[in-house]
Design a protein around this ligand. Structure first.
Ligand code: UD1
Ligand code: UDP
Length: 440
């Protein structure tokens, strides 16, 4: 079996690293294809070193540009490589343009796609990421899903439960594996050493890069207004290159940089960043990955967004959405700082993203599908069976797989009272309302 991984940005490298390592450990043939969307060494090369994975086999070097140009160049480059390499499955991760380009190319080449971190939905179609993740899901064969909530999103859109694998998020694998290394090593980034982070308290780690925040001046001004007020905190801000450019264009960079309690540094390596996160009193961010890492490392998070495709972090109590609202940022940051009970509740929120074995579960599922021949995608040679979609309340003591065998059916949706749940093979159906597709 040959597995190809497509990645292109910082979070994809971090979240695919545990899977790349797992594939290597199992001796499976693999290639890694970098789109070149992120190219600064602080946004790309350094992560291959920190996460101890080999440099990519290919780099398409698409660089920066409009979405259309970037995606188009990626598709062209990816297609050429895949036609040559002929992998059995291509893995894409998350919601960047690489995911969109990779999944579309594979869909047309009839190559199986495994979407890692599938099923997330912000329900905000103005976000490029929402479009990317939805299109990728349409083109995918296997779905590696962090939580039951995301799996339910896919069921509601009509995807077959058989191809949905709730694995947890590989960010937990990466966090657990590398925080220990980071703790032993200590800070290595000169900018952090210079700040003597170890002797600081009240650390607020800030990251922001979302187009809907940093490209809108009023939002940036409002966030900076809050940062000014939080002058009793040590604000460490590893700045994303996009944000640096827009702050400079808005003429706001110097104003922020001149605040004595705000420390703007270049994007930092993964080990240093994990260590910084773990020492933080709170995280202020619009990053997807950081919302997950914060709850994994028991650090309260305030998210600079009005919606999130990670609602589990909010319902668990570890994350609060503050948008770019100055008052909401200040009020919640103050509470975390001054109200121990409030902060402890946030810190003790249960991590919804699994035990740190997502990579293992993902590769297990891929090997199983490969052995069963499910990765071979070809046009049907038999007349398709037709199905009737039905709904029923189950009163028998029966599991999902027993019901499906008995009825020659596939369960689609399952409701436990008012709550939609994900039906695994072993789930007991007694008392559940289900919809299912019955072969005619
Ligand atoms: C991209 C992803 C976003 C992800 C983020 C992770 C899409 C649509 N967006 O956003 O989902 O959360 O990566 O960080 O795929 N730049 C540099 N050096 C680099 C890379 C970028 O200077 O190495 C600058 C360029 O000016 C570029 C800008 O940052 O125009 C934005 O980069 P781009 O890759 O288009 O989007 P991100 O904001 O990084
Ligand atoms: N990160 C890092 N150094 C930094 C900032 C972030 O290593 O200076 C890591 C962080 O730990 C997380 C990931 O980058 O795993 C998040 O990437 P980003 O915020 O760029 O993208 P998103 O997750 O929003 O797609």
């Amino acid at each position: 079996m040959k597995i190809a991984t497509i990645l292109g940005t910082r979070p994809e490298i971090i979240k695919m690293a545990p899977i790349i390592a797992e594939i290597n450990e199992r001796g499976i043939d693999q290639i890694v294809l970098h789109t070149g969307q992120h190219y600064d060494k602080e946004m790309s090369d350094n992560f291959f070193k920190d996460l101890e994975i080999p440099a990519p086999d290919y780099n398409i070097h698409v660089g920066s540009g409009s979405h259309g140009k970037q995606t188009g160049l990626m598709m062209k480059g990816i297609e050429e490589i895949l036609l040559d390499e002929k992998p059995d499955i291509v893995l894409v991760q998350g919601d960047t343009n690489a995911v969109l380009a990779g999944a579309l190319v594979c869909g047309k080449l009839h190559i199986a796609v495994g979407h890692v971190e599938a099923g997330l939905r912000s329900f905000d179609m103005t976000m490029p990421e929402e479009i990317n993740r939805r299109v990728a899901d349409v083109c995918s064969t296997m779905y590696f899903i962090p939580t039951e909530e995301s799996a339910v999103n896919l069921l509601a859109e009509g995807f077959s439960r058989k191809n949905l694998f709730i694995t947890g998020n590989t960010v937990v694998d990466a966090c657990f594996r590398h925080l220990e290394i980071a703790k032993k090593r200590g800070f290595e980034e000169q900018s952090l050493k210079d700040l003597d982070i170890d002797s600081m308290d009240n650390i607020l780690t800030l990251t922001m890069h979302r187009a809907e925040n940093v490209d809108v001046k009023e939002r940036v001004v409002s966030i900076i207004g809050a940062l000014k007020e939080l002058s009793d905190m040590n604000i460490i801000f590893p700045i994303h290159p996009r944000t640096k450019h827009t702050l400079e264009n808005f003429g706001l960079f110097d104003e922020l940089n001149n605040l004595s309690h705000v420390h703007i540094v270049k994007p930092i390596g993964y080990l240093d960043f994990l260590l910084l996160t773990s020492k933080s009193t709170l995280i202020l961010t619009d990053s997807g990955g950081l919302q997950e890492e914060a709850i994994t490392l028991d650090v309260p998070a305030l998210t600079l967004r009005y919606n999130t495709e990670r609602p589990e972090t909010v319902t668990a109590g570890g994350n609060i959405l503050v948008g770019s609202n100055m008052d909401a940022i200040i009020e919640n940051a103050r509470k975390i700082l001054d109200d121990e009970e409030f902060a402890d509740k946030m810190k003790n929120a249960l991590n919804p993203y699994g035990q740190g074995n997502a990579a293992q579960k993902t590769v297990d599922a891929i090997e199983k599908y490969y052995d069963e021949g499910i990765l071979n995608i070809s046009a049907p040679e038999e007349v398709m069976d037709s199905f009737e979609r039905k709904m029923t309340q189950v009163n028998d003591d029966i599991t999902v797989s027993e019901f499906e065998q008995k009825e020659d059916a596939l369960i689609h949706m399952m409701f436990d009272g008012e709550k939609m749940r994900f039906p695994t093979d072993e789930t007991k159906l007694k008392g559940m309302m289900i919809t299912y597709d019955k072969r005619k």
